[in-house]
Design a protein. Sequence first.
Length: 319
Amino acid sequence: MPIPFFDKKVDDTKIVNALANSPSSGFIIIDAKGLCTFANQGFQKMLSLSLKEILGEGWIAHAHYEDKKRITDRLKELLTTRQLDEIEYKNLKKDETVSSVKIKLFPVTTDKGFEGFLGLAEDITTEKQLQEAIIENEKRFRALVENSSIAVALYTGAGLTTYISPATPKVLGYTYEELVGKDFLFLIDEEDKEKASQTFERSLQERGLNLNFNIKMRHKNGDMRWMECIITNFLDEQSIHSVVNSFRDVTERLEAEEKLKTRTSELEFLNKAMIGRELKMIELKEENQKIKTILEKHNLSQELEELNNTNGSESNVNP
């Protein structure tokens, strides 16, 4: 019985027997009518079914109700096209747990014509669960990103932009089409490109670490805007598989901070000037007081002298 999926000439009977007797690999034979005529122990163990329960359309009968019709329709189609293909479906075990199975079907043709399919089956439950977890994580990540007011850009390891969040056009003025595919340095000010490149390279070496930095980026209207960035390498995360840059426009905040610093310096200068003035005023007041004291003493002497003169005059009048 010729098996078309082998390139070299080999003893087909030995190969089929090896597959049929494999305890770990699932192997089935489906005839030209679409009925299962053989299933090895590996396939029986995979489905947790006996050979009797699998034969005929039994393996389809034990598929999850959501997949039964799809398997039947797909098998009918393959019996017509007689092409190499695969079927993935969910198998419902007796304990009501669900496993995922993939069967690769190889058409077999002999001198008598089309004989049916040889099927190599694989339990892909763990793979499917991982894929579903990745999809779920990606959905959560997308929902978080797309509903955030903070702009987010995703880059490849080479620094090419693969995605920008809906907030990014609001921050930079550019559309999705204008930024995706561009190098991450595309909008960064010349003075900050070296710092940005060094930070990006560091993120590639230190995966999962949040790296914070401020850079100037060019808005579509031509203005250079200050951006506060947090760049993190998630290339190993299958649901993201990107270097993530979360950034926001902090131009007004930085300008306000600079103005505040200037005002603070001015106030400190004025405060020092005022303190100096107060000290000078105190010094002048003390000097004035001293002068007043001297003057008061001087005035008292004059009064005494005048009083003495008056008394002397009176003595002369009254001997």
